[in-house]
Design a protein around this ligand. Structure first.
Ligand code: NAI
Length: 480
């Protein structure tokens, strides 16, 4: 029986290994983590992450061929294949701070693998890493190997949170990069055999190590670039009276472009896009390619611009001040069907409104009050560096409340901000909400999910990104 161990029981390690265990009953899969609460949660009825379909998969395999454990060393030493799916956040200090990937977690995992291994192993990079990381990992492993043979593979993960199980069941492609030596090719074949249990042969792409590593950064950069492109257009639509939904539909009909990932919004979030682009920018700079670096940097700049444009639009619509006004925040996660708030645009929008002294009443179906409070206390990039945690300031405590339904959040509010596209926000009773709000009542839809005409008929003043402006907003000075 092949034994797999995955280091890192997070958003990637947990679901990926659960699906491998489900699809390969003859393989024993252990997912290990240094975080005791995380492993305890994986072994309980309250999984540590919300992902549609995940619970069902875990329940089918847990205790049979899928195990979650904090005994990292034991499971690593027994495994034939070790996936490393630890976090690779942006560095917050030292060389490359604010851009480069922090490989501290990766390096310590690699050193531990070298220390505890007693048999040959295939070590698989599942985390997103800078190009040439495999070379560094190889050096750590081979210099501490005691005669054991390690083969490094790059097998970046392309799942999207919110649809992770679907993506893992039916991936567009599985990418495996390895050395072009006979041993490297043999290792590729071993990993390919695992995926072949359910992924069609033609979707398993095999490349050299560096192509696999770079492809993941490139894919995320391309995806984020599409969002920034349509968001840049949304600003122009508002200025000209065009409707961004119509524009993106027309553009996406071109089969060379395609319709996906062309929804205008308040901006992209999540743990990966910004981090991976910054990492790409850093790699370009280090390789003497400042023009290429500058090109990709713009994707992030537009994303930041979109968030501040949203806040500015809101404040200027509400008579240039939101001081002491109650603003309902509907949605805090970075997208629907996840409770993940890493780099969610809601943090920047809320911080902008708090800076203008608004009172916020926040509702998200999957995000806890604890999490929201933590998000407000952290500086950019600090979320993945737990040592930097601080308590929320007393002023912020007074300004923020977290509630458990949309009607409580919006009661007596002056305005509503929709920041996550949860389906339930489309079917709220907006007449009832309007009746219970201060007037004039405003809706700022950062995800373009409400029926603008219907809400205007009720009496709301509605701002929807990239849509023709309400007469109210048109008369205001232009927003930068
Ligand atoms: P995460 O933060 O949810 O999980 C990482 C886990 O690794 C944590 O539970 C942490 O305790 C554990 N860990 C860190 N060092 C360890 C060590 N030395 N030994 C044992 N456990 C250790 O991170 P997530 O979101 O799963 O991401 C992991 C990697 O996958 C990152 O490189 C990310 O860029 C990449 N990725 C993430 C995707 C996503 O949608 N979240 C999608 C595709 C790739």
């Amino acid at each position: 029986m092949v034994k797999i161990c995955c280091i890192g029981a997070g958003y990637v390690g947990g679901p990926t290994m659960a699906v491998i265990a489900l699809k390969c009953p003859s393989i024993e899969v252990a997912v290990v983590d240094i975080s005791v609460p995380r492993i305890t949660a994986w072994n309980s009825d309250q999984l540590p992450i919300y992902e549609p379909g995940l619970e069902d998969v875990v329940k089918q395999c847990r205790g049979k061929n899928l195990f979650f454990s904090t005994d990292v060393e034991k499971h690593v030493s027994e495994a034939d294949i070790v996936f490393v799916s630890v976090n690779t956040p942006t560095k917050t200090r030292g060389l490359g701070a604010g851009k480069a990937a922090d490989l501290t977690y990766w390096e310590s995992a690699a050193r531990m693998i070298a220390d505890v291994s007693k048999s040959d192993k295939i070590v698989v990079e599942k985390s997103t890493v800078p190009v040439k990381t495999a070379e560094a990992i190889e050096k750590i492993l081979t210099h501490n190997s005691n005669g054991i043979n390690f083969q490094i593979l790059s097998n970046p993960e392309f799942l999207a949170e919110g649809t992770a199980i679907q993506d893992l069941f039916n991936p567009d492609r599985v990418l495996i990069g390895g050395r072009e030596t006979p041993e490297g090719q043999k290792a590729i074949k071993t990993l390919k055999d695992v995926y072949s249990h359910w992924v069609p042969e033609e979707r398993i792409l095999c490349t050299n190590l560096w192509s696999a590593e770079l492809s993941k950064l490139a894919a995320n950069a391309f995806l984020a670039q599409r969002i920034s492109s349509v968001n840049a257009m949304s600003a122009l639509c508002e200025a000209t009276g065009a409707d961004v939904t119509q524009v993106s539909y027309a553009v996406g009909k071109d089969t060379r472009i395609g319709p996906k990932f062309l929804n205008a919004s308040v901006g992209f979030g999540g743990s990966c896009f910004q981090k991976d682009i910054l990492n790409l920018v850093y790699i370009c700079e280090c390789n003497g390619l400042p023009e290429v670096a500058e090109y990709w940097k713009q994707v992030i700049k537009i994303n930041d611009y979109q968030k501040s444009r949203f806040v500015n639009r809101l404040v200027s619509s509400m008579f240039n001040t939101v001081a002491n006004k109650k603003i309902a925040i509907l949605g805090f996660a970075f997208k629907k069907d996840t409770g993940d708030t890493r780099e969610t645009p809601a943090i920047d929008v809320c911080k902008g409104l708090l800076g203008d002294k608004a009172r916020l009443s926040i509702y998200d179906p999957q995000v806890t009050e604890d999490q929201i409070q933590r998000d407000f206390t952290m500086n950019k990039f600090d979320w993945d560096h737990p040592l930097h945690l601080q308590p929320m300031s007393p002023t912020t405590v007074k300004q923020v409340s977290v509630v458990w339904d949309a009607y409580t959040a919006t009661k007596d509010a002056h305005g509503i901000c929709i920041l996550t596209e949860w389906d339930e926000f489309k079917t709220l009773d907006y007449q009832k909400i309007y009746d219970n709000m201060q007037k004039p009542a405003f809706v700022f839809d950062g995800r373009n999910i409400v029926n603008v005409d219907k809400l205007r008929d009720i009496g709301f003043i509605v701002y929807s990104i990239g849509k023709p402006l309400d007469a109210w907003l048109k008369d205001l000075p232009a927003v930068a």
